[in-house]
Design a protein around this ligand. Sequence first.
Ligand code: COA
Length: 152
Amino acid sequence: MTYDLIDVETPADWRAYHAIRRDVLWTARGRGGYDENHADEFLPMNYPLMLTQDGEPVGATRLDRRGSGVGIVRLVAIRAQLQGQGLGRVLSQRVEVRARQLGITTLFVNAVSNAVDFYAKTGWEPFAWDPTELTNTFVVCVQMRKQLSARP
Ligand SMILES: CC(C)(COP(=O)(O)OP(=O)(O)OC[C@H]1O[C@@H](n2cnc3c(N)ncnc32)[C@H](O)[C@@H]1OP(=O)(O)O)[C@@H](O)C(=O)NCCC(=O)NCCS
């Protein structure tokens, strides 16, 4: 298998990226109102990313770059039928490589409760990084941190 973390750029990329997020993070949780045109997707410091397996989209996330070497990982999703097969770990590793390339040394995430163990197994620790983020659907999230070593 060949894995790549690609920037979401072409119309086909955007369709696949939104489909994964809508299916996994909205529809499967009984939520509506997914907004493909949310302004945060287009901010210059935010990086919509997709994991491909042999060229096929299998996962999505967005890496938001903040100042002072900080990045926020948002809306991590692996296609439902492919979860539990190591792809989340691959996505995590590839995002960390990209983060280092961007000068990021500390990552933050708002983890939904059923993903906390996944993050713990991939090196994250509970850390209250910004309580003001925990509003609306995020109120039940656990804030976590991962400090990146200088080299992978
Ligand atoms: C959470 C998610 C990204 C993990 O990806 P994945 O491909 O299923 O995870 P992996 O197969 O790479 O698992 C890596 C490790 O985490 C563990 N793990 C994964 N999901 C887990 C879960 N929900 N609870 C406990 N452990 C979990 C695996 O057992 C594995 O551990 P191991 O290496 O000791 O065997 C994926 O399941 C997903 O998209 N879930 C729905 C959306 C979601 O919750 N996103 C997170 C938003 S904050």
